[in-house]
Design a protein around this ligand. Structure first.
Ligand SMILES: Cc1cc2nc3c(=O)[nH]c(=O)nc-3n(C[C@H](O)[C@H](O)[C@H](O)COP(=O)(O)OP(=O)(O)OC[C@H]3O[C@@H](n4cnc5c(N)ncnc54)[C@H](O)[C@@H]3O)c2cc1C
Length: 230
């Protein structure tokens, strides 16, 4: 285990069904190591194995945001933290997504479930200098309508000309859904965007990442234009 640093919950927002966004106050040793988009940290509570979370905000802040989906014992404990609660955190790890090395191109972002948190830092970066990237398409899948997060922020994303394509894979299990049904990779193939001069960033569970990547190949993207994270 790498060194641990003291941290404190600053703020907590409800994002969607069983999902919260925690803002965490961390010391300089931690935030100064947040260099790449979508790196991750380990969060540690007493009597609990370290829990990995992707940093859901772009680098450049003196705090971290972590999007937690409550799916099991550790994520339930992290989700239950409240402002003022203390924990320990590692420095940021992983190579993240090299968005800054790919400007003046079209961008395809593909995420399913909580992995949308790995796309948010990229979107925040693109919004800072929107003219530096061309067409930006976000494919975001959830199982049901009530699981889509960042409802308010998505409006800002759209206003910055980020095209958002939502799809629910099992809409009948949740609240009413009038949008696209199925998997993100099928939606991508249905739209069949031009992938000339395009870079793609993909995050999600293994099956989704594999299937979305294969869909990008079918569109004609070369492997070295497809970046994977979690
Ligand atoms: C590099 C990295 C970054 C990660 N970033 C995040 C993040 O930003 N936010 C986040 O919420 N999680 C993230 N995870 C996953 C997280 O670390 C835990 O693995 C997850 O929360 C399950 O831990 P748990 O102890 O609560 O549940 P466990 O007891 O380990 O698992 C409980 C059950 O939930 C299932 N499960 C695990 N993950 C999911 C999921 N995403 N959706 C549905 N079911 C699931 C498991 O298969 C198991 O059946 C990341 C993992 C890695 C390796």
């Amino acid at each position: 285990m790498t060194d641990l640093y003291p941290a404190k919950i600053l703020d907590k927002k409800h994002l969607a069904e069983a999902q919260v966004l925690l803002a965490i106050d961390v010391p300089r040793e931690v935030w100064s190591g947040h260099i790449y988009h979508s790196q991750y940290v380990s969060l540690v509570l007493p009597d609990m194995e370290p829990w990995h979370g992707t940093i859901a905000c772009r680098p450049g802040y003196e705090s971290l945001e972590i999007h937690v989906k409550d799916v099991g014992e550790r994520s339930a404990r992290i989700s239950a933290l409240e402002p003022g609660d203390e924990l320990q955190v590692t420095t940021p790890m992983g190579d993240g997504f090299p968005i800054l090395g790919h400007r003046s191109v079209n961008v395809i972002l593909g995420a399913a479930g909580v992995a949308i948190c790995a796309m948010r830092p990229l979107i925040q970066e693109i919004m800072l200098a929107r003219g530096d990237w061309r067409r930006v398409m976000l494919f975001y899948g959830e199982r049901t309508a009530d699981r889509f997060s960042y409802i308010d922020e998505r409006q800002d994303w759209k206003e910055m000309n980020i095209e958002i394509f939502l799809t629910a894979s099992q809409p009948s299990l949740g609240t009413s859904w009038m949008g696209q049904s199925g998997y993100v990779q099928d939606y991508l193939l249905e739209l069949w965007p031009d992938v000339g001069d395009t870079v793609a960033f993909v995050a999600g569970k293994d099956d989704m990442v594999t299937d979305f990547t294969h869909a990008l190949y079918r569109l004609g993207m070369p492997p070295n234009s497809i970046m994977l994270n979690i």
